[in-house]
Design a protein. Structure first.
Length: 155
């Protein structure tokens, strides 16, 4: 299939002298892809380049071994002090596998709605006649009107 497409593009370009826009209209293949096929380059033939930070992988791994909570910004700064000219987004992309995922800071709810309830309460010190009383207030108690001066924290 790929060979017939290549032959078609070669025929349209070399024999009929069509532009890549005209080849796109006639074949339905994008002009960029047709241009690549015409020049003979394909994604399968393209060899992979090494990442710019590949030589520094052992060093970066050692840094993460020593300090597991490092940020990409810190790694970028340390590499820059060593004279490596690299962009910050490149460091972020390269160090993503090294950085640990943070655990969730909450526990997921494991019960159905309505099975459990949450109640808030508080302690309030009250001294009506010189004697200090410690009152425990629940939401039900907070729903009724409170006399002024009884609970100044809530007013």
């Amino acid at each position: 299939m790929e060979e017939t497409i290549k032959q078609t593009i070669l025929y349209l370009r070399d024999v009929l002298k069509l532009s890549f826009y005209q080849i796109q209209d006639r074949t339905g293949i994008s002009r960029k892809r047709a241009s690549r096929i015409y020049r003979g380059s394909s994604p399968e033939e393209k060899e992979k380049r090494d990442f710019l930070l590949t030589p520094y992988r052992p060093l970066i791994a050692a840094w993460f071994q020593e300090h597991p909570t490092l940020k990409a910004q810190q790694i970028h700064g340390w590499l820059r002090t060593r004279g490596v000219k690299i962009s910050y987004p490149a460091v972020v992309k390269y160090t993503r596998p090294f950085r640990k995922k943070r655990p969730k800071a909450y526990h997921p709810l494991t019960f159905m709605p309505g099975e459990e309830a949450q109640a808030d309460w508080c302690f309030i010190d009250h001294s009506p006649a010189g004697k200090t009383l410690r009152l425990r207030l629940h939401p039900e108690l907070l729903a009724i009107p409170i006399r002024p001066g009884l609970c100044p924290q809530l007013l």
